[in-house]
Design a protein around this ligand. Structure first.
Ligand code: PLP
Length: 423
């Protein structure tokens, strides 16, 4: 650089420094990038031919490509060719055919809450928006400390904190057994201040892939009842865990049968592949139909003040699929294709690590359920996987099984074998 160029550079820096000092934004620091979305950016920018992205929780097919479900394509083409549809606003609480069908999907058609009409569903900006609306509602009408699992989906902390609620954690993952820290979880529920809010993942726990058994759910429900706590289910993977929509909803249905009032957030991002369409629902179960009406009206007020009214396209697709017997059957088949492929990848990964005699035990890969495996790899190993092997995963060692396929799973297993032996 010549002296003239250097002087020019310094002058520009000085001008920027002065301008920043005068700016109303001078005290706004640069926020750190979102850990998971940042992995995507890094992976996209990596030209390495056999790079692997197991960071983001989005389904990929055997070719590593996003999959638009055929049933979704079918519904889309009906919608775009339907001359009676327009782009008018939806009601504040969304498309009623969609929210009613969503409530039935999670609670079951014969649920006492459905039969007695003591529920209300509000359409939301996918699962995240449902959790946020629930958090805003609780902050206004039943403020208490929110307990989330340790670990949990990172956004839980931010959403509840930003809604104004104090956030604590309850034990969930026991690294020694690579499974549920069940007794510690129950102890924490029992020790929490009466009336706390407990956020529960009904199936396919993110990030651990470890779910309580039916018997453990019964004990969790007992402890929650005993503490007069409020259960808030966040269901982002119905059908993804077992491939069976009813089985994956069993925990929520059990709580409703036991007479609990509760909130449940639903997302159609994963199970219908509608990630970017932001299609979700928040359902409340109350003691009486009148209370459900009241809660709906207040949720409408909150939603009106944040998004005004929800987007129509995704809700129309889901509503069509859920309310048409033939399309619903097709969806269940396609959901099972995704769940089964993930289960198969678990088996292949386990077999390959066993064949490679990779040090350690790997049974948890086949024991865990849903989209994610909590591998047990540590942050240093994750870093070497990224820097040396071009494999992208979150620092806590969580991998999305959907990022693996028969073309890349051996490369992945050999890389894991390398870091386990040498890092
Ligand atoms: C536990 C949990 N809740 C909610 C969500 C929300 O997802 P979305 O807003 O895309 O529906 C996710 C997505 O990863 C999740 O894992």
């Amino acid at each position: 650089m010549t002296i003239t160029e250097r002087i020019h550079q310094l002058a520009v820096q000085l001008t920027h420094a002065n301008a920043s000092e005068q700016s109303v934004f001078h005290n706004v620091p640069l926020a750190p990038p979102d850990a998971i979305l940042n992995l995507n950016t890094l992976s996209k920018a990596d030209p390495y031919p056999t790079k692997i992205n197991v960071g983001v929780g989005a389904y990929r097919d055997e070719d590593g490509k996003p999959w638009v479900l055929p049933v979704v394509k079918k519904a889309e083409s009906v919608i775009v060719n339907d001359a009676s549809l327009d782009h008018e606003y939806l009601p504040i609480d969304g498309l009623r055919k969609f929210t009613d069908a969503s409530a039935k999907l999670i609670l079951g058609k014969t649920s006492p809450a459905i039969v007695e009409n003591r529920f209300a569903g509000i359409q939301t900006i996918s699962g995240s928006g449902a959790v946020r609306l629930g958090a805003d509602f609780l902050n206004r009408f039943r403020k208490a400390t929110v307990y989330v699992s340790n670990p949990t989906w990172g956004n839980h902390h931010d959403i509840f904190r930003d809604a104004g609620l104090p956030v604590q954690t309850y034990p969930y993952w026991d690294p020694d057994v690579r499974g549920l820290a069940f007794q510690a979880m129950i102890d924490e529920i029992q020790e929490a201040p009466k009336g706390s809010i407990f956020v529960l993942h009904p199936c396919a726990h993110n990030p651990t892939g470890v779910d309580p058994t039916a018997d453990q759910w019964r004990q969790i429900a007992d402890a929650i009842r005993h503490g007069e706590h409020f259960p808030f289910f966040d269901c982002a993977y119905q059908g993804f865990a077992s491939g069976d929509l009813d089985r994956d909803a069993a925990a929520v249905r059990y709580f409703v049968e036991q007479g609990f009032e509760l909130l449940v957030a639903q997302s159609y991002s994963k199970n219908m592949g509608l990630y970017g369409e932001r299609t979700g629902c928040l359902t409340v179960v109350t003691k009486t139909p009148e209370l459900a009406l009241n809660v709906r009206s207040q949720m409408c007020k909150l939603s009106r003040a944040s998004i005004s009214n929800p987007p129509a396209f995704g809700a129309r697709i889901v509503s069509m699929v859920l309310n048409d017997e033939q399309l619903f059957t097709e969806w269940k088949g396609q959901l099972k294709v995704m769940a089964d492929r993930i289960i198969h990848m678990r088996e292949v990964l386990f077999e390959t690590l066993t064949e490679l005699k990779t040090p350690g035990t790997w049974n948890h890969i086949v024991d865990q359920i849903g989209m994610f495996t909590f591998t047990g790899l540590n942050a240093a190993q994750v870093k070497v996987l990224r820097d040396k092997h071009h494999i992208y995963m979150t620092d806590n060692g969580r991998i999305s099984m959907a990022g693996l396929n028969s073309g890349n799973i051996r490369i992945f297993a050999e890389a894991v074998d390398d870091v386990v032996r040498h890092v």
